[in-house]
Design a protein around this ligand. Structure first.
Ligand SMILES: Cc1cc2nc3c(=O)[nH]c(=O)nc-3n(C[C@H](O)[C@H](O)[C@H](O)COP(=O)(O)OP(=O)(O)OC[C@H]3O[C@@H](n4cnc5c(N)ncnc54)[C@H](O)[C@@H]3O)c2cc1C
Length: 459
């Protein structure tokens, strides 16, 4: 199989040191039609749906749970749950059918799934209140109509050649050319984690705030789980996939040949060799994430163009804020009042009194200690400025979701980067999915996968 004896022994040695908490007695060689690397939104959906196509799968997931960016905090004191990662899903038939089959109930946010509350606008650089009213998104219907020129830009980045210069130019130019200013605060808020939206190539703002998101805003149709626990979807998916999920596991060597794929995996069940007909990779395609994979020159050079942004989420304990009040970060002195990043996005009340969800974004990854410090400092400035007598009483939980959005530069976009990227699908028996291939939106990822699955499932 081409793995050296040394590599195999070293991987098995590492695995032997770990407790055999699962999989004792299971075969060391796992044969499946498809090996899926990464069990977040893309990998889990693909694994469940490939079963419908009659294909056997195994999912290799680094964490001890499926779900990736879907993350739920369980408050030990009250038993309450807070979704601190993915919160909303588009109302689409394939979304409802996925939740239905796994027995997870959905409600519309507009029907009370969102929790309500009031917002105070604060400039977290000073802690001072800003006299700001979010504009009504009057341009949204025109925006929705205009972006249809770019095809399903939030689902498959199959971009029209003629539009590449426009999509490579900064989003601020696109906004100015079409008088879409009233949409900008919505793009910023729905684009949390993607960076300073006005400066980015228009592609990334429109990809995040595409037909799916804009349409669901206009229809007021976003969904969340009735239990306010989106991780339930992934717990049920883990049961559904039964023995076909390797948690706490990593691929340490991947070899792709004309006849198949061999993946050496280490994890709590010991070292395994997966022999599959095809590979589906759903982790962020940064070269540093793919050191185990025998990338060819084209793959390596394309993935080497990506730079990552960063998104962080936490639950903090606060006292001194009036019940139901949340703080949104707006800048007193910038175009559209967008706060400069790195910075806080918001401090939002949750269903658990005294606990607040705080989100933080940065155009590039930062050390966790810096982000934690900045979150605390921002909240303390609100008290120091006399805006609210809010007191920071600690983190209940904190999670880095870096690397988050992957970008390439304007010249790459204009030069057809995404055409070359999409041409990788199926090459070397490998398919690719996840946010970098669709958008940072579960429903769009699942829609994108629906177009790929027949090809992955084909012999
Ligand atoms: C705070 C936050 C809020 C969000 N809110 C929403 C929302 O409300 N609605 C929405 O639709 N989207 C939301 N998103 C966007 C979200 O990123 C996408 O919806 C979707 O979850 C991305 O799916 P993915 O499969 O690409 O990545 P992930 O879900 O991150 O899955 C990748 C998986 O690969 C695993 N992995 C990584 N490296 C390895 C490795 N070497 N080996 C094995 N496994 C590995 C990871 O542990 C992870 O489980 C939010 C994201 C964040 C961070």
């Amino acid at each position: 199989m081409g793995l050296t004896r040394k590599q195999l022994l070293s991987a098995m040695g590492a695995a032997a040191a770990a407790p055999l908490v699962a999989g004792a007695g299971e075969p060391r060689v796992i044969r499946r039609d498809v090996c899926v690397i990464g069990g977040g939104s893309a990998g889990t959906y693909a694994a469940v749906r490939l079963g419908d196509f009659g294909r056997s799968v195994v999912v290799v997931e680094a964490q001890d749970r499926l779900g990736g960016h879907t993350e739920t905090y369980h408050d030990p004191a009250t038993g309450g749950t807070i979704d601190i990662g993915v919160v909303v899903f588009e109302d689409e038939p394939f979304v409802r059918s996925y939740f239905d089959r796994l027995g997870v109930g959905l409600v519309r946010i507009a029907d009370g799934g969102g929790g309500g509350g009031t917002t105070t606008y604060v400039d977290f650089r000073t802690g001072r209140r800003v006299d700001y009213t979010q504009p009504a998104p009057v341009a949204l219907p025109a925006y929705l109509q205009d972006i249809s020129r770019f095809g399903p830009i939030d689902t498959i980045l199959d971009l029209p050649e003629a539009a590449l210069p426009e999509l490579a130019a900064p989003f601020r130019d696109y906004v100015a050319a079409h008088d879409f200013g009233s949409v900008v605060p919505f793009v910023f808020n729905y684009g949390q984690g993607i960076g300073n939206v006005l400066d980015l190539p228009a592609l990334y703002a429109i990809n995040t705030f595409g037909q799916g998101v804009a349409g669901n805003i206009l229809r007021g149709s976003f969904l969340t789980t009735a239990a306010r626990n989106n991780s339930l979807l992934y717990e049920r998916a883990t049961e559904h996939l039964a023995g076909n999920v390797l948690l706490g596991s990593r691929a340490v060597k991947v070899e792709r040949t004309r006849s198949g794929v061999r993946v050496l995996v280490t994890g709590p069940g010991g070292a395994r060799v997966i022999e599959a007909k095809k590979l589906l990779v759903t982790i962020p395609p940064l070269t540093r994430n793919l050191t185990a994979v025998d990338l060819d020159g084209t793959e390596r050079s394309l993935f080497g163009r990506f730079t990552p942004g960063a998104y962080y989420t936490s639950v903090v304990r606060l006292s001194g804020l009036p019940a139901g009040v949340g703080l949104d970060n707006v800048a007193a002195d910038t175009p559209y009042n967008l706060p400069p990043l790195p910075g806080l996005y918001m401090v939002g009340p949750t269903a658990v009194p005294g606990l607040y969800n705080v989100k933080y974004g940065s155009p590039a990854p930062l050390p966790d200690a810096v982000v934690r410090h900045e979150i605390r400092a921002g909240i303390e400035r609100v008290a120091a400025a006399g805006t609210y007598p809010v007191k920071f009483e600690g983190f209940a939980t904190y999670a880095s979701h870096a690397p988050f959005e992957l970008h390439v530069g304007p010249r790459d976009i204009a030069g057809g980067f995404y055409r070359r990227l999409n041409a990788l699908q199926g090459r070397n028996r490998t398919y690719w999915s996840g946010a970098a291939w669709h958008s940072h939106n579960s429903a769009r990822i699942w829609a994108g996968l629906e177009t790929l699955l027949p090809k992955i499932a084909a012999d």
